[in-house]
Design a protein around this ligand. Structure first.
Ligand code: AGP
Length: 612
């Protein structure tokens, strides 16, 4: 969702800010803006992409060594030039950029109106900057103090950066519930919603905590205080992202690059954790809570979207291997339905971004009830990673394409490792089966490489099916979440209506949709309920649908029934999702490209959904 970039230091701010905005484009947005200070405070905004903003500022005075910039994903008020950020204060001395939602903006605005303030935009952000200026003027306090006072009156989430025309040497930043990273360079500071705009300038960063206000003053050390005025010592961490991970490196889209990265990303997820020779799994991040996990009577998995699909695979894994009952919950439903949570429950929160508002709220709720919370996040230092008691990072590397691909397979890898670790500790698996599964898991990256060779065949299929209006994805057992994930990928980037269903459930409704125009994608690999899936394929065939089947290499039975088959290498049933997902990712990718869709930034979607 919205993206923040700010800079103060010896360099010209504009190139850093605009490049930073481009780096943040993957988050999803619909307008962009920039404010630069150099004796006057210049503000430029534009609806649409960052490229539009760049066109709009051609020939304008962009000089200045301090500035703020923003990409906005509309919440309050439609995406247009007026609602775009930055927003001026009433006097136009201050300008603010803001991510998040000020929930009590309406009463605050009414109060300010009574005092004579007028508003240009429909945004909650403009209310906040007027409030801050009002406090600054009436209480005769510094800008940082006014920000502290104002934020004590605010209900909601925010990451903000403020620039002051009368103080060209200072930026003020603050956060609650929306991420903010401060990069510390040589006599310069960078601020951003995530580390991607910062990493090429410095690796030293501080992640602001909730209700902290940072003062970034030229040639001074970073100062952080809470909104209740408690001084904090900045905790400087080192970024581990490589710049090349943020570039397309010859691929047409980030999504395709990330699909092809999966042999590497799965390997990285297992590195140092999968100890085949020793016959064990080591997950250092959760070692302290290992016994609690082993003794758990129940595991609740909370997540959204693709991460929720990974959670479904996790349910099958934990129940089969570790014999622990699992409930998989949409975080948005869980948090509002007064769930029963026991103190000995283990809650696993899965999130690529680590910033998903509903998942974060579910974590806080479960924590308040005394449960132990384990995180599986990709973004290091993210809010969910920090809110959990312990966790393991997926180490998939930055995922820029809005459609999650390598993060999903990394999450499934982590859940597999966790389930195997618990099974070993609980003794719920035989030594020989454990060793066999560890070996098989180790071989998965190579098998993913082999699976990727189906790309050309998938391209041909994409050309055949690109104009379909609907698609049905079917799978059973471990392949049921794969079907759901395949359908989600297709709808989010190609805008084709798709449903993912447990194959046997088809008879209870969706079968009515099937006719000769309906492509049905069936995951029919050779283990588990294979025979049952073959019967389901017969049912589909009898209704003349076009069948695309994902099968195990050498399969002859399904080959005789399906219109098209995609072969994947043989593996253990519980590891199939790591392979079967790949052709489905490629299928949606090629269909979306052929339909001329914006693959990396699909309409209306945001990479990290920081509003509920
Ligand atoms: C995935 O392709 C989606 N864009 C989306 O469903 C995503 O998985 C969901 O918003 C959860 O995000 P998270 O993993 O960052 O929490």
């Amino acid at each position: 969702m919205c993206g923040i970039v700010a800079y103060i230091g010896p360099r010209q701010a504009y190139p850093i800010l605009i490049k930073g905005l481009h780096r943040l484009e993957y988050r999803g947005y619909d307008s962009a803006g920039i404010a630069i200070l150099n004796s006057t405070l210049k503000l430029y905004k534009s609806k649409g992409k960052v490229a539009e903003l760049e066109k709009a500022v051609v020939g304008k005075d962009l000089s200045g060594t301090i500035g703020i910039a923003h990409t906005r994903w509309a919440t309050h008020g439609e995406p247009n030039d007026i609602n775009a950020h930055p927003h001026f204060s009433y006097s136009k001395d201050l300008a603010i950029i803001h991510n998040g939602i000020i929930e009590n903006y309406s009463p605050l605005r009414n109060e300010l109106r009574k005092r004579g303030y007028e508003f240009i935009s429909e945004t909650d952000t403009e209310v906040l900057i007027h409030l801050i200026e009002d406090i600054q003027l009436n209480e005769k306090v510094s800008l940082a103090e006014a920000v502290q006072v104002a934020l004590n009156q605010v209900v909601g989430a925010y990451a903000i950066v403020i620039i002051d025309k009368n103080d060209p040497d200072t930026l003020i930043a603050a956060r609650k519930g929306s991420p903010l990273v401060i990069g510390i360079g040589e006599h310069e500071f960078f601020v951003a919603s995530d580390a991607t705009p910062i990493v090429e300038y410095t690796r030293d960063v501080v992640y602001l905590d909730d209700e902290e206000v940072a003062v970034l003053k030229r040639n001074h050390e970073l100062k952080i205080k809470t909104i209740t005025n408690i001084e904090k010592t900045p905790y400087i961490q080192t970024l581990e992202i490589n710049l090349s991970e943020l570039e397309k490196e010859g691929f047409e889209h980030f999504m395709l690059k990330e699909i092809y990265e999966q042999p590497r990303s799965i390997r990285d997820s297992m590195r140092g954790r999968l100890k085949v020779k020793e016959g064990i799994v080591l997950l250092g991040g959760i070692a302290e809570y290992q016994q609690k996990l082993v003794n758990a009577k129940r595991i609740i998995i909370v997540a959204c979207g693709t991460s929720w699909h990974a959670g479904l695979v996790g349910e099958y894994l934990f129940e089969e291997l570790a014999r622990i009952p699992v409930e998989v919950e949409y975080a948005s439903e869980f948090r509002y339905r007064n769930p029963i949570i026991y103190e000995d429950d283990i809650v696993i929160a899965i999130s690529q971004s680590g910033e998903t508002a509903d998942t974060l709220a579910a974590v806080e709720l479960a924590k308040s009830k005394g449960a132990t919370i384990i995180g599986i996040c990709n973004v290091v230092g993210s809010s969910i990673a920090r809110a959990t008691h312990a966790g393991t990072y997926t180490h998939a590397g930055p995922e820029i394409g809005v459609a999650s691909t390598k993060a999903f397979t990394a999450q499934v890898t982590l859940l597999t490792l966790m389930a195997l670790m618990l099974a070993e500790q609980k003794g719920s698996i035989s030594r020989s089966k454990l060793n066999m599964l560890l070996h098989e898991l180790e071989a998965i990256p190579e098998k993913v490489e082999k699976t990727l060779l189906v790309n050309d065949k998938i391209k041909e299929l994409a050309a055949i099916f690109k104009d379909t209006r609907n698609a049905l994805y079917l799978g059973r057992g471990y392949n049921y979440p794969v079907a759901m994930e395949g359908a989600l990928k297709l709808k989010e980037i190609s805008y084709i209506h798709a449903e993912g269903y447990p194959a046997a459930e088809m008879k209870h409704g969706p079968i009515a949709l099937i006719d000769a125009a309906m492509p049905v994608i069936v995951i029919a690999t050779n283990k588990g309920t294979y025979d049952k899936v073959v019967s389901n394929i017969q049912e589909v065939k009898a209704r003349h649908a076009k069948i695309i089947a994902i099968v195990t290499e050498g399969d002859e039975v399904v080959k005789a029934l399906a219109d098209h088959i995609i072969e994947i290498p043989e593996t253990e049933e519980m590891l199939v999702p790591l392979l079967a997902t790949i052709p489905l990712q490629l299928l949606s990718y090629h269909i979306a490209v052929m339909r001329g869709c914006n693959v990396d930034q699909p309409r209306n979607l945001a990479k990290s959904v920081t509003v509920e």
